[in-house]
Design a protein around this ligand. Structure first.
Ligand SMILES: [Zn+2]
Length: 320
């Protein structure tokens, strides 16, 4: 192994590859960020890997300058897209605009360069691991995680272990159907909850419903209008919340979770969203499943994905 590797080290590199930004840091086992570096995601293609290699070199050099004796246990990566967990390759992307990213061997390329263990998983799975150690997952064994952003992502910790499924695709909660006669989704499915309750879905449905074609508010403006009592925005947001409540009902009956944590940009609406969502879930879910269930916002983890990615390397008890 290279000069960077120490299997007993309490430090690791965490990398968060998002649709707009890449965060790279050196972290300790308590989730503290020692050094970090950020770069924009111009496009999700294999060409981002050399930029990530440079970013990792940069933070490792900072580590070496400050603490010449410290080595790392490995590199953890959370990436957008569906990741084949065993090989650390991008297996698929739901969004056809990122199709060039499919097949990118993130794990192999980083391992070859740095000669340390590398773990690659999808972005919501690493967030769930961050929640397990530092957020809503503390003291919780059966936890579901949803992110409401431009799309809807999901992850689950069952018995405290992250569930990957056969190749790593488990947890695509955004593509649970809430209407078998509904619209066709970009994933090929029908009536997926993402069509109604993602940021993209909310803005698109508002545009469809507003009478003048000139009015095309973004998701944030739809939410503002909803909170002000605008009739059209209320209709769109009510549909979003009912769709989400329907999807959560299915998840609750399937997994009997103790907690559901909801993160992503839309979760920042806070109390008005969570109160209505709780009502919808209560209306649709069998009483015995509701007794001990909590639905709460994700812990406000600054740099949560990067922290979770590093914890995948530094800790073991999340593994199936
Ligand atoms: Zn879908």
């Amino acid at each position: 192994m290279s000069g960077w590797y120490d299997p007993e080290s309490r430090y690791a590199v965490g990398v968060d590859i998002g649709g707009t930004k890449i965060n790279i840091g050196v972290l300790d086992e308590h989730g503290n960020v020692l050094f970090d570096h950020h770069l924009p995601t111009v496009a999700l293609t294999p060409a981002i890997v050399p930029d990530i290699v440079e970013g990792i070199r940069l933070v490792l050099n900072q580590l070496h300058e400050r603490h010449p004796d410290v080595r790392i246990k490995g590199i953890g990566v959370g990436s957008a897209g569906q990741i084949e967990f065993a090989t650390g390759k991008v297996h698929a992307v739901a969004d056809y605009r990122c199709s060039a990213y499919v097949g990118t061997s993130i794990k192999e390329m980083l391992h070859r360069t740095f000669e340390v263990p590398v773990i690659v998983d999808n972005d919501v799975n690493v967030l769930a691991v961050a929640e397990k150690y530092f957020g809503a997952g503390i003291g919780t064994k059966h936890l579901l995680c949803l992110t409401l952003g431009t799309g809807i992502g999901g992850a689950m910790l069952i018995g405290g272990k992250l569930v990957h499924g056969a190749w790593g695709g488990a947890g695509e909660f955004g593509h649970i159907s809430v209407d078998f006669r509904g619209e066709t989704c970009h994933c090929g499915g029908v009536g997926c909850v993402e069509l109604y309750a993602s940021g993209t879905g909310i803005a698109r449905r508002m545009q469809l419903k507003s009478k003048s074609g000139l009015d095309s508010p973004d998701t944030r403006q739809v939410v503002e209008r909803w909170l002000e009592g605008d009739a059209c925005a209320t209709e769109v947001m009510e549909e979003a919340i009912q769709a989400l409540g329907t999807a959560l009902m299915s998840l609750i009956h399937a997994f009997n979770p103790e907690k559901i944590v909801i993160g992503g940009g839309l979760s920042e609406i806070g109390a008005p969203l969570f109160a209505r969502l709780q009502e919808e879930v209560t209306r649709r879910t069998m009483p015995v499943f509701r007794e001990s269930l909590q639905i709460q916002p994700a812990y406000k983890l600054n740099k949560g994905n990067m922290i979770g990615a590093a914890m995948m390397v530094l800790k073991d008890d999340w593994k199936e």
